[in-house]
Design a protein around this ligand. Structure first.
Ligand code: BTN
Length: 322
């Protein structure tokens, strides 16, 4: 009910909607409408009310909220089942537990804060309270295990498109799946999967978007390498909308991937990439290599041309753009 009510107000921003219209559309009494408005007020929504004109939504709370997400969600599956927590160790861990308990495809776990947020390659992920979009999406893709990196790249394209739709920032993808604005990281993606006998059972796609962090929210070692949508655009982003838009973009791309395979995703990734054409350094135990990033191949590996013309493919790890 709160979800339907919010949908009506969001469709007509700034406008009054009469109690009569609300009760007619929602098929409930005007007292029930008033009770729902009161409940939303309790969650931090601010309504103005005027006799004969009705109610007007003037401010949404800056909290992750399932009614706010669902009222704007255009998906059939992704994000339809939502679990929102104030604080968890890692949404990845929570999502994996939910899978063990029977959670289905598209289940989304969100948290205001993570106390042990995980990054790639054993790193930690800075996840302060109330400022980011820290979320994990449950997927059961019917793909061979070695194709999993393709979904990492698909996720990066989905988040990049969602951010571009809602915020005016020049965000691009650094291989394999970091989102950068002006060279600084604004989003990281971590896919964790479970397989048995070489068969993929499920994937949990972890997405961390530094949405509304201020410069002071970063520890010193991240100050020069990380940024947020707020810092870059000067405006706080509505995190609930960003969640919904990311789910919508993901569902569209996932559908495309299932129908046409990786090729269209590969082209979209290349179009959004900030890595291609750049000189990159690939650190490895045997010593680092330097070359020019040419593209990604049909499995998602980065294709690099070395100074002597030799082509190398990089399947995992990190690169340094120079
Ligand atoms: C990286 O760039 O190293 C990946 C960072 C992934 C962070 C997200 S936040 C939500 C989800 N839960 C986690 O513990 N990690 C991912």
């Amino acid at each position: 009910m709160n979800e339907q009510l919010l949908k009506l107000f969001r469709e007509r921003p700034e406008q009054y909607i009469s109690g009569e219209e609300l009760s007619r559309t929602l098929n409930c009494s005007r007292t029930a409408v008033w009770k729902h408005i009161q409940a939303l007020r309790g969650h931090g929504y601010e309504f103005e009310s005027a006799s004969r004109r009705g109610y007007r939504l003037v401010r949404m709370p800056d909290r992750l909220n399932s009614a706010a997400i669902l009222s704007g969600l255009r998906t059939n599956i992704m994000g339809r089942r939502l679990h929102i927590f104030d604080s968890v160790e890692s949404t990845q861990t929570t999502a994996q537990r939910l899978v063990a308990e029977g959670a289905g495809e598209g289940t989304l776990v969100l948290a205001e804060q993570q106390t042990i947020g995980r990054g790639r390659m054993g790193r930690s992920w800075h996840s302060p309270e109330g400022k980011g979009v820290w979320m994990s999406l449950v997927l059961f893709p019917q793909i061979p295990l070695p194709f999993t990196p393709q979904l990492t790249l698909l996720t990066a394209v989905a988040v990049c498109r969602a951010i571009r739709r809602l915020v005016s920032v020049n965000v691009g993808i650094k291989w394999p799946n970091d989102l950068l604005i002006e060279g600084k990281k604004v989003c990281g993606i971590l896919l964790e999967s479970k397989a048995e006998d070489e068969r993929l059972l499920y994937i949990v796609a972890g997405i961390g978007i530094s949405a509304n962090l201020s410069a002071g929210d970063y520890p010193e070692h991240l100050q020069n390498i990380a940024t947020s949508l707020l810092i870059e655009s000067g405006r706080a982003v509505d995190r609930n909308r960003l969640v919904g838009e990311t789910m919508a973009q993901f569902e569209d791309l996932y559908g495309l991937y299932r129908q046409e395979g990786f090729e269209p995703i590969r082209l979209l990734w290349e179009a959004l990439s900030v890595t291609l054409g750049r000189s990159v350094r690939i650190p490895s135990k045997e010593g680092s290599l330097t070359g020019t990033a040419q593209g990604i191949d049909e499995m998602g590996a980065l294709v690099v041309r070395l100074p002597d013309g030799e082509i190398r493919k990089i399947y995992s790890g990190d690169i340094v753009m120079q």
